[in-house]
Design a protein around this ligand. Sequence first.
Ligand code: GLN
Length: 542
Amino acid sequence: MTRYIFITGGVVSSLGKGLGSAALAALLQARGYKVRLCKLDPYLNVDPGTMSPFQHGEVFVTDDGAETDLDLGHYERFTGVPARKNDNITTGQVYTEVLSKERRGDYLGATIQVIPHITNEIKDFIMEKEGTADFVLCEIGGTVGDIESLPFLEAIRQFGNEVGRERALFIHVTLLPYIPAAGELKTKPTQHSVKELMSYGIRPQILLCRADRPIDEDERNKIALFCNIDREKVIPALDVSSIYEVPLSYHAEGLDHQVMDSFGIKDIANLDLSIWNEIMHSIREPESEVTIGIIGKYTNLADSYKSLNEALIHGGIANHVKVKLKFIEAESFESEDGIGNQLEGVHGILVPGGFGARGTEGKIRAVQYAREKKVPYFGICLGMQMAIIEAARNLCGIKNATSSELSDAGEHIVGLMTEWDQGGKKQAGTDAELGGTMRLGAYPASLTEGSKVNEIYGSNKISERHRHRYEVNINYRKQLEEQGCIFSGLSPDGELPEIVEREDHPWFVGVQFHPELKSKPFDPHPLFVSFIDAATKQSRLV
Ligand code: GLN
């Protein structure tokens, strides 16, 4: 029997509902249950693939090639369950589906309405998870009271009624703001938010109350009384120093017990939190500290590179070092003296994925600095393409080397495969036209026996997730390898360079895929573990 937990949010956005859902799932897993997480997003975009990372944070890519919400990244990092395309649905997808059914005549002439057609489509999305886990946790994006959320709230209300109380639980995440003048946490916004949720017919059984300081008994009692919720089900969710502390702190506040109680589950399985305790031990007591310079375009918002930041932290957990991230605006490297002392004290340089020409000349300079000064370099996707262009320009003497994404002129060392593959052979997802033509999702690669990456992975067959349109032109392989730029990972047909490394450098690796998407705190990605290890060695030199 699958049980369903619906997580809504109130008062303000950015309360960490995604993280909270993921942490609760991790607790249920720690009791031996099989979990599955999904997200309902009320925005109208069909998927976040086209949304600016400035506004929406990173786009998380699944093995099956979907561009999804970054919360699916939290889900995967906390549970280890690979996210799938059908773990995320948006209003845009719901309407697209309903309208195409209408055009096909599937509704047999009926008038199409939000209730029941839109809500049924949403319920079907949830019901499709039946039987796949003991607990399905379903997060509803946005804040209760938003116009866009209404069909989703109506759908989960109906769903809850249909499966019955013993199979559906509603958890509401709220905020208790601290008012310095009054010297206290305020409960009124929470009361209003619960009232709003009840006006849609949903009575939350558990409240997760975010606060920046302990919630005293009076406040807890007051919330319980006014919101008609058991006192022990008003659960403090206080700010913590690391997101990986959240499962431990929720458990300490009794969340998993209250979930069991709400479902009437009596024989509660034992709990094993050892992985989370070990992770927190490594985070709390690091042996040293390293600084990684990230040369990017969205340097003001950590969410734009969410998985990347977490993967670097995971590399730190594995090495027992604290990883400090220094975001550097790539454009600031473009002037003559641009690099200046910005990279002083940086023990590893990372150029992450990115799109468009802005900042790319600066990224190429950062690669040159890392290569010449022998600072560990990790290039991800665009960062690998920049490393290839740098080597082509400065080592192979192809002064106008570039990528067709950056300029029509010049020699295209990086471009669309169709630019050089005249044999009519086409890789799936690679086409001369833009729009829906990205290489997305998991692809296998073969690694050269004895290469650095072969040693790091401990295998010569890997599978990693991609999200890009352009490729390094394999025809330049010989020229680049003569200059020490080794193509140590290729697609199984040998046509697409997936990894390059330098033989004359302590740690220089560029990958065409996004390894950060698969890293977990309890199962850190080997490339990040190795990169942080190299940065730690570098920190001992300087
Ligand atoms: N813009 C590059 C491409 O499309 C790199 C993409 C990325 O870094 N994810 O190939």
